[in-house]
Design a protein around this ligand. Structure first.
Ligand SMILES: [Zn+2]
Length: 261
């Protein structure tokens, strides 16, 4: 049975998110067959949340310079072929496909706005103030504003490796953040606060289970997690063990920077 607008709308209503701003991360494919695809899912979700934001990051604008600051989780002078393929950031540059097709579908809705960060933009509906808070020095500010408004994380068929709010907690706990560069029509722009690697984040799951609301929609597992206790949980874990939640890939440059501090 394909999922329809009516069935999705009813199920999203049961999540009781009508009072909360929501940061969603999603895999449409995880749901199985959704009649009308991304548009249907968003149309069913939007009336059931106070606000909706998703990451519309554009990694294809990134450049690797020949030299730069040390301990930056990057090999300078490499990636010259990728540099040649880098695209200029512009406000209508599609969201990276790595985040699934839903963020791009959200960005294209007439009522949606997008922030101006050339790598780590967010888009959403009813999140004007959060989007406006983002700067080249503070790319995660939109998440902080949602957290301050009792924001909820919605994981739609994805796990904690997609949970960007964990990056905010890392930053608050003092974990190393990185410098990156993006191609824009105004030239190459330097950005700060690029987060570490998220491949090890699923290890957090048991610690946040107590305040995670779980349900199944179609074939997808759907998780609702309040931002504040999640941020507090990550913060405490990293204060106890600054090398916690790193990935196991021995060649991961960002995780190795954190490990070698
Ligand atoms: Zn890693």
């Amino acid at each position: 049975m394909p999922l329809t607008y009516a069935s999705l709308e009813e199920t999203f209503g049961q999540l009781r998110l009508q009072q909360f701003p929501v940061l969603a991360h999603a895999s449409l494919r995880a749901f199985g067959h959704v009649e009308g695809g991304a548009e249907t899912l968003l149309s069913a979700l939007l009336p059931n949340v106070a606000a909706l934001m998703m990451p519309t990051h554009t990694y294809n604008t990134m450049l690797t310079p020949r030299i730069g600051p040390p301990n930056n989780g990057i090999t300078y002078g490499q990636q010259q072929d990728l540099n040649k393929m880098a695209e200029f950031y512009h406000p209508h540059l599609p969201a990276d496909r790595m985040m699934g097709i839903l963020p791009e579908a959200l960005r294209q809705r007439p009522e949606a706005l997008r922030s101006m960060h050339p790598i780590q933009s967010f888009a959403g509906v009813n999140v004007k103030r959060a989007l406006a808070a983002q700067t080249l020095q503070d790319p995660l500010a939109p998440i902080r504003l949602l957290a301050e408004s009792e924001g909820r994380i919605l994981l739609l068929g994805v796990d904690h490796t997609a949970n960007t709010t964990i990056h905010l907690a890392e930053k608050l706990a003092g974990r190393r953040q990185f410098t990156r560069w993006a191609l824009t029509p105004e030239g190459v722009v330097q950005t700060e606060g690029f987060p570490g690697c998220s491949a090890g984040f699923q290890a957090l799951a048991p610690d946040v289970e107590a305040f995670t609301q779980r349900t199944k929609i179609g074939e997808a597992e759907v998780l609702v997690i309040p931002m504040r206790p999640l941020i507090e949980t990550v913060y405490k874990r990293l204060k106890r063990n600054p090398k916690d939640l790193l990935c196991s890939n021995p060649n991961c440059e960002r995780c190795n920077e954190v490990r070698n501090l």
